[in-house]
Design a binder for this molecule. Structure first.
Ligand code: AMP
Ligand code: MN
Ligand code: MN
Ligand code: MN
Length: 276
């Protein structure tokens, strides 16, 4: 079963539209695909129609930005009703802060001598409600200031760097409840990518399981093979389902293409066994 339950379209910070992603997933041999744009479900109608047309397995998805102990953590939701009004109100509130934050990022770049970054980043954001750091990073790469997105994040956009603007996203328990209330299941995204000690990661997972989380991304995007076995241990310890996704954003940027992330280790309960 080639499940890829993590990908981004132009609705958030990906560069392909939902239909192009569906086609790419299909061609790459994906059996079950989810579009998981940041804090926004407006691509799901197109994604579903394209998947149905292709005979590609599809489930609704979203990636919600959450603040946990002062840092951004991502919670994926699957199999929910995209029309659910409480979920949509929650996502709308999370998105509402993005425009203001982007203006502040632009002002910091201005102070650093990088002109018109806000307007420039907006050109990379077909959905202005979803403007984020990736769009700024693409602009600086386009201007020839950096080789790749990672270098821009390292120089300017990560916490502690000069164009980083701290932001308060949703509460973890609230995000999980929005997803569950809409009939879906919540999965902790890319647990190896947070700046947490081993003990803190265990606390995060415990709290996530406690507040109603169902699964954890054991395989997410490009990651060292040994991380999958470490996350598998955590999944078993907290009795969480295991998920897998490429976190694909763009053909020339993403370390792993759709459907090409490593396989889940054995002895886990794959999340997709409980999805519709
Ligand atoms: P935002 O929601 O605006 O804070 O942006 C978060 C997005 O930035 C993530 O979903 C990634 O797509 C991207 N991102 C975060 N950190 C990095 C990094 N170190 N290198 C490249 N992209 C990153
Ligand atoms: Mn992203
Ligand atoms: Mn993420
Ligand atoms: Mn993602």
């Amino acid at each position: 079963m080639n499940a890829d339950l993590h990908s981004h379209s132009t609705v958030s910070d990906g560069v392909l539209g939902p239909e192009e992603l569906a086609l790419r997933a299909f061609r790459n041999g994906v059996d079950l695909w989810a579009l998981t744009d940041h804090d926004d479900t407006s691509g799901l109608d197109l994604a579903r129609a394209a998947a149905e047309e292709l005979g590609l397995g599809w489930v609704s998805g979203v990636e919600i930005s959450v603040t946990w102990r002062g840092q951004a953590v991502h919670v994926l939701g699957y199999g929910f009703d995209p029309q659910d009004v409480t979920l949509e109100a929650g996502l709308c509130a999370v998105r509402a802060g993005r425009a203001e934050r982007a203006k502040r990022i632009g002002a910091l770049f201005e102070d650093l001598g990088i002109r018109d970054a806000y307007a420039g980043a907006m050109r990379f954001a077909p959905n202005p409600d979803s403007i984020g750091r990736t769009h700024f990073a693409r602009l600086l790469v386009e201007r020839g200031l950096f080789r790749d997105l990672q270098s821009v994040f390292d120089a300017y956009l990560k916490p502690g760097r000069p164009a980083y603007v701290p932001h308060t996203w949703a509460e973890m328990g609230a995000a999980v409840q929005w997803i569950r209330g809409a009939g879906g299941v919540a999965v902790l995204a890319h647990p190896t990518r947070y700046r947490l000690s081993g003990a803190e990661l265990l606390e995060l997972c415990a709290q996530f399981a406690d507040c109603g989380g169902t699964g954890i991304e054991v395989v997410s995007g490009p990651q060292r093979p040994q991380y999958a076995s470490a996350m598998a241990k955590i999944a078993r310890h907290f009795d969480l389902d295991a998920s897998r996704g490429s976190d694909f954003h763009a053909p020339l940027e993403s370390g792993v293409d759709l459907g090409r992330a490593q396989a889940l280790p054995d002895g886990l309960r794959p999340l997709w066994e409980r999805l519709p």
